[in-house]
Design a binder for this molecule. Structure first.
Ligand code: PA5
Length: 437
């Protein structure tokens, strides 16, 4: 079986060989801290072994619940924010057809709510759902996050007013802390089906737990394959040989580039299905690394679309960026450019060539241009966009992110900074606990 590959040849010329050699020892030291639980945030390491520790009983229960929800729903609304939704949305978008959401007859459709406080969004959502059979998966580890709590209250009331509490209860599944939080209490009181988010798994590292797996199974995708890809990467990431370990290489090169003032990393994808995967990646790295006035700013672009906009900046703007490309070797479909007798568009030189051939040439041309423009490039290749390789990619980034955080000297598992806006908001709203602050 082929694996995810990393190619550093367009990044290494930006640092000295001597500098990069030091990481061989350094990264193994940081990994040792991570694995032995002696580094910062060691109470949140449950994700490391998750691909092999998750029980077959739990996987069966997730699949069974997904099947039940699929049978009774045209729409499944996943309510959550941050790590409680980004991973499943990334996987579902990556694996779905680009227009599946508009196709009649592909049911159920998994949609998302609870990631914003927009009145229009929620009004439109309730309006859209009014003639649909729908179910809700509400996900919140703390059980108290405002955005999903409000969305869930609106949806729950809507379901209950339509068909009564008993019917609503069959259509609601909650994923939350084992014992604590408002969502656990409500679930107990109402008798909702629940799954648990283990204490030792933080939100943005939770996609391979029920948090990501249930929505992905509801969308009809194979969660065993996802876990099996993640497990393969977990094993690869244990390789103590630097050159055989893509996680060691990625975390090290990022840090080495950061020390050269390359403080922004742009994740670039040439497949629109991966655009939300980049959102998941941004959350993972941004929330894990950006602290103590340190950290690489994670940005993303969709190519070739953004070559006609941000491409200009990347080529010639401030030289504080490096680029990481996710390249997918094989497309899932087969489409050739047709021959045209008139050839007004002068495209006949490409006739009978797969469209992906053109995309790949755009990819190689872009890498060469940006490297010429002094933007180091890291290339990550997966053989195809399926559950197995997405599982590899997810685990690859999770482990790389935690080691990157350790190299930077921060705790990659906390997020104190996100509390600040909440305090202000609650004070302004007059929330009883904050009224006097
Ligand atoms: O990574 C994190 O911990 C956060 O992004 C959380 O996932 C996010 O804030 C949602 O929290 P909760 O699941 O408690 O509602």
């Amino acid at each position: 079986m082929k694996n995810l590959q990393i190619d550093l040849k367009n990044a290494l010329p930006f640092i000295s060989q001597e500098e990069f050699k030091n990481y061989d020892k350094l990264i193994r030291q940081e990994d040792k801290k991570l694995i032995s639980g002696t580094g910062r945030g060691s109470e949140f390491l449950g994700w490391i072994k998750l691909p092999e520790t998750i029980s077959t009983d739990l996987i069966s229960e997730i699949n069974k619940t997904a099947e039940e929800l699929r049978k009774i729903s045209e729409i499944i609304v996943v309510v959550g924010i941050g790590g409680s939704y980004a991973g499943s949305k990334a996987i579902i978008n990556a694996l779905s057809g680009n227009f599946d959401h508009l196709q009649k007859g592909i049911n159920p459709k998994v949609i998302f709510a609870g990631q914003n406080l927009s009145e229009d969004y929620h009004y439109d959502l309730l309006d859209f759902l009014k003639d649909k059979q729908y179910s809700i998966i509400v996900i919140s580890k703390s059980g108290t996050t405002t955005e999903p709590a409000i969305a869930f209250r609106l949806l729950r009331k809507d379901l209950e007013s339509r068909s009564g509490k008993n019917e609503a209860r069959k259509r609601i599944v909650a994923i939350t802390d084992k014992t604590k939080g408002a969502l656990r209490e409500l679930s107990k009181k109402e008798g909702y089906k629940t799954f648990t988010i283990n204490d030792d798994i933080g939100g943005r590292y939770s996609v391979l737990s029920p948090v990501g797996l249930l929505p992905v199974a509801c969308a009809g995708f194979n969660i065993e394959e996802l876990l099996s890809g993640a497990k393969a990467m977990m094993i690869t990431a244990q390789n103590q040989n630097f050159n055989g370990n893509p996680v060691y290489q990625y975390a090290s090169i990022r840090h080495a580039l950061y020390l050269k003032n390359k403080t922004t990393e742009i994740l670039a994808c040439f497949s629109p299905q991966l655009s939300f995967f980049a959102e998941w990646w941004k959350q993972l790295f941004g929330e894990s690394e950006g602290k103590e006035n340190k950290g690489i700013f994670p940005a993303s672009v969709n190519f070739t679309t953004d070559l006609h906009s941000l491409g200009q900046y990347i080529q010639e703007g401030l030289r504080n960026i490096f680029e990481t490309i996710i390249s997918v070797e094989k497309t899932r479909s087969d489409l050739k450019i047709p021959f045209d007798t008139d050839n007004f568009d002068k495209l006949n030189y490409l006739s009978e060539k797969p469209l992906d051939f053109v995309n790949k040439m755009a990819e190689s041309g872009t890498i060469a241009a940006h490297v010429d423009g002094k933007v180091p490039n890291i290339k990550i290749t997966i053989p195809e966009l399926n559950e197995y390789f997405l599982g590899q990619l997810i685990y690859f980034f999770e482990k790389s992110c935690s080691l990157s955080g350790y190299l930077l000297g921060v705790n990659p598992f906390d997020q104190q900074g996100v509390e600040e806006y909440k305090k202000n908001m609650f004070t302004l709203l007059g929330e009883p606990g904050y009224r006097d602050s």
